[in-house]
Ligand binder design. Sequence first.
Ligand SMILES: Nc1ncnc2c1ncn2[C@@H]1O[C@H](COP(=O)(O)OP(=O)(O)O[C@H]2O[C@H](CO)[C@@H](O)[C@H](O)[C@H]2O)[C@@H](O)[C@H]1O
Length: 485
Amino acid sequence: MSELKLLSVVSEVYPLVKTGGLADVAGALPAALKAQGIAVRTLVPGYPVVKAALGRLEEAFYFDHLFGAPARLFAATVGGLDLFVIDAPHLYDRPGGPYTAPDGRDHPDNAQRFAALAAVASGIGLGLVQGFVPDIVHAHDWQAGLTPAYLHYAGGRRPGTVMSIHNIAFQGQFPASLVPALGLPAHAFAIEGIEYYGTVGYLKAGLQLADRITTVSPGYAAEILQPEAGMGLEGLLNQRRGVLSGILNGLDEAAWDPAADTFIPAPFDAGRLEARAANKAALQARFGLPQDPDALLFGVVSRLSWQKGLDLLMDGLGTLIDIGAQLAVLGSGDPHLTDRYAGSARVNPGRVGVEFGYDEALAHLIQAGADALLVPSRFEPCGLTQLAALRYGALPVVARVGGLADTVIDVNEMARASGVGTGVQFSPVTAPALQTALIRTQALWQDRTLWRQLQRNAMATDVSWDRAARAYATLFRDLDRERAA
Ligand SMILES: Nc1ncnc2c1ncn2[C@@H]1O[C@H](COP(=O)(O)OP(=O)(O)O[C@H]2O[C@H](CO)[C@@H](O)[C@H](O)[C@H]2O)[C@@H](O)[C@H]1O
């Protein structure tokens, strides 16, 4: 098979810069695709953290004018990732995160910052960089959403375009007054182009104009055709459902390997599950919880946001306390939720422990030490924490939505009879249903022989990237053939 060249366009990539699962996917997919004969280059903005990680650089292009000032495009290789980095200090060189200033507010020029990302991607797609002209351009989420639009309106020969949705809740909507600055033809501002309810919609543009649309689980691909999950884009997605598919994410199995995890005191595998006890004890100590091996310890590793449903856990906390369980939460985000969790830890010392912020090492300890991992999301395109939980034998207790429903096998009577359960699902996504799930989990916990079996089932689940990479490779090759025809 001939090698296909792919440009991945994304606003964050692990391990250089990460605010969530998008970075994990963008960081892991290139290696998995390489095994499928697809050579990936990843285009990212040159935030300070990204530039600091770059070693040997090569200037690949110089822009006299990129949304307000000159800029350069660097090519570099970091940790096995072949990167293009946009060095545009006026857009990316500033304190704060990729999307927000230190005060938590969006950078005021995000429209320009991510239009620049898409415009540069389109330039590379059209042959800006000698020696790398991609066959396929793969845009991730709203930040890269204008990429298919720039390529579409450039006219002439162009690579195939794929738009992937990791989270439809963030759509990148900006005022119509922005249009002249984007450098797209005036007629692009139309319903069949970038216009979205009178505004410019970056994700909408990508979904409208890409050759293919993917999202990160089959379940979510079906859900976003409905108004409840489509968040205004369901009409467009229904029109384009013929090119929409769901490909389940994998987990970076090198980064998440319980047998070789340097973040945890006691590495283990399915044959050495008793070693988990030391991790549980360390986790309890870290969160100020009594080191009782018999207390059912629930963990949470999450962004604290409405999506993740963690307010429901607060509403149902009484049940968790009543059944004698413990809770260890690592989260960051919504200050209102942070306050609620901090309050519950104060009211329930020795039962509820919380840590706020982003802490990679602690996330690993929770997966390795908790008995069960709670993911009560209202919607979840795929979810990666439950995949890590499966691999680490922390039984996932999840809302039956999106990718959570696709990846966890509920221990119902049938699953129990055939010995295939890997966790607990609940529905609807409400506090009472979550409370019932906590009680069900506690009942399972009473039978340690069964629990061990469930842990082994969970750990045997295929969460590798291979399966996903094969599906993406087929999609990219089909599209490439279609465009060549
Ligand atoms: N406080 C903290 N400290 C340390 N690590 C933390 C953390 N909070 C979260 N993480 C880590 O961040 C990642 C979160 O990824 P998820 O896929 O679960 O959700 P997210 O909503 O960010 O991603 C979106 O994109 C991904 C990728 O497609 C989809 O799986 C998902 O459904 C969609 O919402 C995991 O690697 C997790 O361990």
